[in-house]
Design a protein around this ligand. Sequence first.
Ligand code: FAD
Length: 413
Amino acid sequence: MKRYVIIGGGPAGVSAATVIRAKDPDGEILLFDRDQDLPYYRTELDTYIGGSTSDADMPLHPSTYYQEQHIVLRLRAVVTKVQPPERWVELDGGERVSYDALLLAPGSFPLTVNCSGDRVSGVTTMRTWEDARRLIRRIEETKPPVVVVGGGVLGLILAEGIRQRGRPVVLLEREPRLWAPVLDETSSELIRQALAQAGIEVSLGEEVVEINGANGRVAGARTSKGRRLDTELVVVAIGVRPDIGFLQGSGIRTDRGILIDHEFRTNVREVFAAGDAAQGYDPVSGLFRVATNWNNAMEQGKLAGAFMAGGGDPYRGVILSNSETFCGLRVSVLGLTQLSAPGTVVLIGRDQDKGIYRKLVLCQDKLVGAILVGNTSGEGLMRRMIVEGKPTGPTEVKSKFLTGVVIEEILYS
Ligand SMILES: Cc1cc2nc3c(=O)[nH]c(=O)nc-3n(C[C@H](O)[C@H](O)[C@H](O)COP(=O)(O)OP(=O)(O)OC[C@H]3O[C@@H](n4cnc5c(N)ncnc54)[C@H](O)[C@@H]3O)c2cc1C
């Protein structure tokens, strides 16, 4: 009987366990997670904070699921060491557990601000269900506006969740636009307007430089524009990093994340990786990249699980892909959205009255990226065309994806 050990009970780890069980009915599956809660929808933490998702809606599966599937789920179990030559992992209490195949799916940890006062109580990041419960308690205890630091996806959805709890919110983004590595000026502005309509103040080009404390708790913040903000709660959402510190000394190759091939194998035999912590090939940029989103983690977990249990479909690669609704405004981004290399063609379709903005990026007769705001139709097909690198041209792209909008074409030479 083969023993599968999985580190991490997020979507990558849980979907891998499910696929392994389907392919190997007799294998032993051990799933370790540091968290105290049954695996849950991390993507719903913002709506949980906002009050529209209940406790009952949070778990991925009821506890009986793991029993029925004969998956041994061990919560509050932190893996501190991996020893590939002898094929065991060590838990924080010193217990060693052997494996035949190991999946590393530890996800990410949130970065925090580095400024004076950043250690006082009331400066918080958001990753776990317990973080969300703690934040709700703090929101209810405080009166002045909540400051959200970071205008990426996480900062935007957290700002919305906090606002839905009835609290004033000030969101600070140090770059001149929201979600700067991905969005352009127009899409950023449309999102800013949607947030403003929901009562969220967004300030671009501004960051927190000092957090004032009184009795160990937040009692205000100073920004790079010299503003003094009256606040008792600073929520930091400035990015994440793969949570891979425990692999030090294991011989498993890492860069920003755990390096994997198209079968999710690391450089070490019978050790696989998937999800936020894995760094795989991006067929569009030709680089190895970490992709931090739910669908990617689910898909990678399923495919990695299949390879662990004997065989699966090779992975086509990791592309940037994210779909979100910001205060009622639907937004999707795919692939390379900011390319301006010679030969790049950018097609922009707008319908100002309907608040629609669609930008498609082509390079060497291939669709390589898209930003879709207000109308995200065609997203699935675009994603397939980007991943497969299917040849296309502006005429085909216009007729497929830009009907009923005013089109502008930009050619970079
Ligand atoms: C508030 C919030 C909202 C989000 N919303 C969206 C969204 O709307 N759309 C979207 O696409 N993505 C969203 N994301 C990102 C998405 O949740 C992640 O990309 C996804 O959860 C990654 O899955 P994963 O399985 O790789 O890792 P995770 O979900 O992070 O799971 C990894 C698990 O491993 C555990 N672990 C780590 N190290 C160890 C160890 N050494 N020993 C034992 N256990 C360990 C962790 O405790 C964790 O439970 C959101 C994230 C957050 C925080």
